[in-house]
Design a protein around this ligand. Sequence first.
Ligand code: ZN
Length: 419
Amino acid sequence: MDKKFDAFKQELNRVYKKNKNYHKKMQEQNITPEDIHNWSDIKRLPLTTKEDILANYPNGWNCVNENHIKLYHASSGTTGKPLIVGLTENDIKTRQKQILEDAKMAGITKKDTVQICYGFGMFTGGLSFYDGLKELGCKIIPTGTMSTEMQLFYMQQLKTTVLITSPSHAMHLYETAKDLKINMKALSIRIIRVGSELLTESMRRKIKAAYGKNVSVTQDYGMTETLGPGLGMECMNENGMHLNPNYYFELIDSKTKKPTTKNVGELVVTTIYNECFPLIRYTTNDLVELSHEKCKCGCSSPRIVKFLGRSDDMLKVKGVKIFVSQIEDFLFNHPYFNHQYEIVISKENYKDILTINIEYKDEITPSQRKQIVKYKENIEQEFKSKFGIKSTINILSTKSIKPYPGKIIRVRDLRKLKV
Ligand SMILES: [Zn+2]
């Protein structure tokens, strides 16, 4: 008997009964829950897209009566309306379990003092970590999105051992600490668990160089639709994110949307234990490479070893798809820059213009000016031959780019603004 499959069947029955949209989709394919006998039958079920979910906004996807919903959280809504997800009492428990797993995978124990630098609002990060870590029994410092100076103050006073934040915020803390003559390597931090943005390998190296080479820098992956962090969890071996075994994952060809046997494809996720907001074969739009190689940690779950494109990471410039993480890798592979950069896309005479502002690692002295002009020309050329798009790369003095409060915004797309 496969307990996980039984739980999935129960969920599918519920979706079929209560979710009108998905019911209709199944009817169109002439399929009922009775036709699904095992995991391989699952591919006969229709896919779910974000558009399906948003069709009956805001509550159309819920599979429980409204009075069973105890909590709401929502996506940031940077690309449109925020996606709102309701949680029942059981969903809150499931989320707690998910964070516990995530924290254990990161190596966090009850002896740790964990500082959560995520927002405690509708965003799933802050509250879910708070809830899950409470179960673990460690000390929690819920600094949320308070000022960098205050974050550093608590980090020193309370001897933070674990930081939970985004990669760019970890680096921003380091830069501010440098100004305040605080040596991050002398603090008590042993683990930095990042999420919310993609951690590139070059960024991991930068964070380790800033906080100390023995500090574990790992990431997790999640989305509002699947109760927040913990859909993918990297262990202390720093070799990719283990897929959470409490979900069912498939890879599909991103163009044909058909199942693929390759290790590369678009990740499709099916929830098993979600009550209010179950998802059957949800297309994440995230293009990943999976590894089935056994990990030293003993967890046999496959790992996302590479994001070849994450939906929230993709830009379309002059008709060409390009990923922020690719640009970041490109920039960070040059020794002249620090971690601060921004990508600006504008439109002139109906043409897209790509501008990248990046900070030089030190103050630019008048005598360096000439050298910088040369770097700029070389790098612009290199960019063009690598990505096939022309760009203007402005090399600025350190601290020229203003950090944004809260989640750091790397991309400013001015094409969407009405003039
Ligand atoms: Zn592992």
